[in-house]
Design a protein around this ligand. Structure first.
Ligand code: GLA
Length: 845
């Protein structure tokens, strides 16, 4: 601290006599009695002996002790800027602007300032870049002085310290600017402390200038310097909607024209934050970003548990929960393209031990990114930092001066009432922002994949339409196998890339098939996999350099196919034309966009030797570009996201889609827990679930499980026995009756099915007038009541089993009107107790 001396009489204290180390400057450091470039102060050709030379953006806070009379100066852009530069000078007192210069440009004469500051506690002198970026913004406070009252303490320069927070209904993220000018985050879940922050608490830690733990940002600057030191440079708040606020926190390197903006969008009522980072610079050459996390939240390490979801093909979303202990736990993917094959980029942090559905503080995180990702949980003893973003592994990104690198968005959802409340908030956000048409209940779909596989022709497919219509299906989808002529797609070994309808199977193309569906008032959909090629294809014969491969290495195939290099403009155009031409076919109103392999040989013949590491990021951006174009050109076409099952389930891709195919495993015994686990993050309207013949489970059980999500079937309806057909028709009709509740209402997960004899959930409509309860019997078990949640306690509900299974006694309470309070307390005894039985109960007025 400066030692404050008393002034004998009213006198002027020159600004240049204050401790200018506490003044910030956008470039170099503030100078005493010189311009920022080190030459004498000079504005509009006139020299000044005294004053402070600085560079926008700049800030100096001065403690006046309410004992000053006037602040005065001559301000302007210093002539060392060579006539360039445009800035604004601002004088504020206790947060209120007292004077501002308006735009002041280089070469113009000095502007006089004389402001009455009587009664002001903290004087704030700022120079902004005038809103047009900061280059050559040499700004002078010439002849600047403060006239103090007689006997007053001398004014002192203060640290540019500020605190601010982002608040939602029950969550607060708090920041403070340290004495060193860096930005710190108050540790989430830790008791309030007044002690100064430590480097460990940095809000967005950067590598190379003192921070020794896992960094959020690592940069090689244009001159080779590998350190970054970001100082707080102001924050702006924008109310985007009554319930939505965007906070942008600007950080600026102390020595380089390099800036980072932390962007946080708060959905207040939902306790949901979207966070991303923007990185820009004006260095003399390109900089290399080595680490660039989207988010780096800091949590208290006490009893902190992490729930995450690993898997593989047909085994997606398997949960595991563990206590976080010292060290770094990494969940990541290094496979690009269908990056979540082995783990979803979504997790739950629980601050009160293992999470529960109805109590405890939980924070769900989900990265909206369909490429290689990394979520690292760095437990350093004092806190746990959750670093989430693109995987820094082998992904260095060269950023040219003037360009902006925007990270993927990280979504955080908070609840202090457990997992159920957390998911309901997540689902409500997803319906509004995360999915397309999130308020439109989904149609019942019939697919041919499990029914015919690759073995079909026009008549075989049209043969499915009448029975589909008969049982109430609304949409038919033709899956893989409809294209390729030189190399017909009769199995998965050939034809990918050649998107002309196969002339033998579909002699007149897709339109007549779609017309047959439309004629029966069925919508028609088609399977595409635009990003891929079989080596056995005309496409690969013509363009062998279009695939992602490593030169000098033998091509490694997965499912006999290769990924096209979407960073290449010709490939982008080729894929767009495929999508455009197929979706333009009259009668097509639905598409399943598949992606059946990931990257194992990440080489691009387009990117050149120095930008190979861009492949991971540029591929995803090009993919989103295609998806975006598809949704804009075909806004009415419904899209299903698929990647050999759930290899690409994230909110990055999902915003272009209506739903996703969670797994090629359609066994309802597997789907009950799998859908439960997906539902932590994704609403059931987005989780496609089909009744199939796979694993030979009873049709009633399969349909009941599927209709709790986005219902469809994948059955050979021509061969389906009449009793099974009747079960399907019953399930479809029941589904149509309740789908507004299951898809648009609130989900309550009641009984966890993992390693249990049964699982149960219920949905409640937003007005709480209607509800639906699902009970899935996984093993034989005792007959026990199921207790729904979220009902209106004072309302009465009529209990009715939907699509009851023939030959099984119905509900004892069938047709009874029961108060919500009683239903929630005493429960309902379901009609199922044996393995592979299910019971769907409607509660309605
Ligand atoms: C992937 C999908 C399946 C099906 C096949 C077709 O495996 O997940 O649903 O579309 O491709 O080849």
């Amino acid at each position: 601290m400066m030692c404050a001396a008393s002034l004998a009489s009213a006198e002027t204290v020159w600004l240049s006599s204050l401790d200018l180390k506490r003044m910030t400057s956008g470039w170099s450091v503030p100078k005493v009695d010189l311009g920022v470039a080190g030459k004498p102060l000079s504005i509009g050709g006139k020299q000044f002996a005294r004053g402070v030379g600085t560079h926008a953006t700049s800030k100096l806070r001065v403690d006046l002790g309410r004992k000053a009379n006037r602040f005065f100066a001559q301000v302007g852009v210093d002539d060392s800027a060579g006539g360039q530069g445009s800035v604004e000078f601002i004088v504020a007192g206790d947060g209120k602007i007292l004077w501002q210069s308006g735009l002041v440009t280089g070469g113009k004469p000095a502007v006089p300032v004389d402001v009455n500051v009587a009664g002001v506690g903290v004087l704030d002198l700022r120079v902004t870049d005038g809103g047009d970026g900061s280059g050559s913004e040499h700004a002078d406070w010439a002849e600047a002085g403060i006239e103090m009252q007689a006997g007053a303490q001398a004014p002192t320069a203060l640290l540019p310290f500020e605190t601010f927070s982002l608040r939602t209904k029950s969550f607060a993220l708090e920041f403070r600017v340290g004495d060193d000018g860096r930005l710190y985050q108050n540790v989430l879940g830790a008791p309030d402390v007044n002690e100064p922050p430590q480097r460990l608490d940095e809000a967005y830690p950067q590598w190379g200038d003192g921070y020794i733990w896992e960094p959020a940002l690592q940069v090689s600057h244009a001159d080779g310097n590998t350190s970054t030191a970001l100082l707080y440079d102001g924050a702006t708040r924008t109310n985007e909607a009554p319930d939505r606020e965007l906070l942008r926190i600007k950080l600026r390197d102390s020595a380089y024209p390099f800036e980072v903006t932390l962007c946080l969008r708060a959905h207040r009522g939902r306790d949901l934050l979207e966070q991303w980072i923007e990185i820009r610079h004006h260095e003399s050459g390109a900089v290399k970003l080595e680490h660039m996390a989207s988010s780096a939240l800091l949590l208290s390490p006490t009893n902190l548990h992490l729930a995450h979801f690993f898997g593989d093909w047909a085994k997606e979303m398997q949960p595991t929960t563990e206590l976080l202990t010292p060290g770094t736990k990494v969940l990541d993917s290094k496979i690009g393209v269908r990056a979540h094959q082995f783990r979803n980029p979504s997790f739950i942090l629980s601050l009160d031990g293992t999470p529960s559905e109805t109590s405890g503080r939980v924070l769900a995180g989900s990265l909206a990114w369909s490429g290689s990702f990394q979520c690292a949980f760095d437990h350093n003893g004092r806190g746990v930092r959750a670093l989430c973003g693109v995987n820094p592994f082998a992904s260095g990104y060269t950023l040219a001066a003037g360009e902006t690198f925007t990270t993927p968005t990280m979504i955080w959802v908070w609840s202090d009432q457990g997992l159920g409340d957390m998911s309901r908030k997540f689902h409500a956000w997803a319906r509004d922002f995360g999915l397309r048409d999130g308020h439109v209940p989904r149609a019942v779909l019939l697919n041919n994949w499990y029914a015919t596989g690759f073995d079909f022709d026009f008549n075989r497919i049209v043969g499915l339409f009448d029975p589909a219509k008969e049982i109430g299906t609304e949409l038919v989808l033709l899956d893989d196998g409809w294209f390729g002529n030189k190399y017909p797609r009769v199995n998965d070994r050939a034809g990918l890339g050649d998107w002309q309808p196969n002339r033998r199977r579909l002699p007149d193309g897709l339109a007549p098939l779609a017309a047959e569906a439309v004629k029966r008032s069925l919508r028609f959909g088609i399977w595409i996999e635009p990003e891929m090629a079989n080596p056995k294809s005309e496409l690969f014969e013509q363009h062998p350099d279009w695939v992602i491969a490593q030169a000098k290495r033998e091509l490694e195939l997965q499912r006999n196919q290769l990924v096209l290099d979407l960073t290449r403009p010709e490939v982008q155009q080729f894929e767009w034309h495929i999508i455009r031409d197929i979706l333009s076919v009259t009668g097509i109103s639905y598409a399943k966009w598949d992606c059946n392999r990931y990257l194992t040989q990440p080489g691009s013949s387009w990117l050149g030797p120095h930008r190979q590491s861009h492949l991971w990021i540029d591929y995803v951006h090009a993919l989103y570009g295609l998806m975006d174009k598809a949704t804009k050109t075909f806004p009415k076409t419904e899209l299903m996201l698929c990647a050999g099952g759930g290899g690409r389930v994230d909110y990055g891709a999902l915003r272009y889609f209506h739903e996703f195919w969670p797994s090629d495993n359609t066994d309802p015994l597997v789907r009950v827990p799998m859908q439960w686990d997906y539902s932590y993050f994704f609403p059931l309207m987005s989780i496609v679930s089909h009744a199939t013949h796979s694993d030979n489970r009873p049709m009633h059980f399969g349909c009941s499980v599927a209709m709790s999500a986005n219902f469809g079937m994948d059955l050979d309806l021509v061969k389906l026995p009449p009793e099974d057909k009747a079960i399907c028709a019953g399930a479809i009709s029941a589904y149509k009756r309740i789908r507004d509740v299951t898809q648009l209402g609130d989900l309550y997960r009641l009984e966890r099915p993992h390693a249990a004899t049964r699982g149960a959930l219920n949905f409640v409509s937003s007005d709480r007038a209607r509800a639906v309860v699902f009970v899935f019997q996984l093993k034989d078990g005792p007959v026990l009541p199921v207790r729904p949640q979220g009902l209106d306690a004072s309302r009465r509900y009529v209990v009715r089993e939907l699509n009851p299974e023939l030959g099984r006694p119905g509900l004892a309470t069938e047709g009874k009107s029961i108060a919500g309070e009683d239903l929630m307390r005493d429960g309902i005894v379901p009609s199922c107790s044996k393995a592979l039985e299910a019971c769907v109960i409607e509660l309605a007025p």
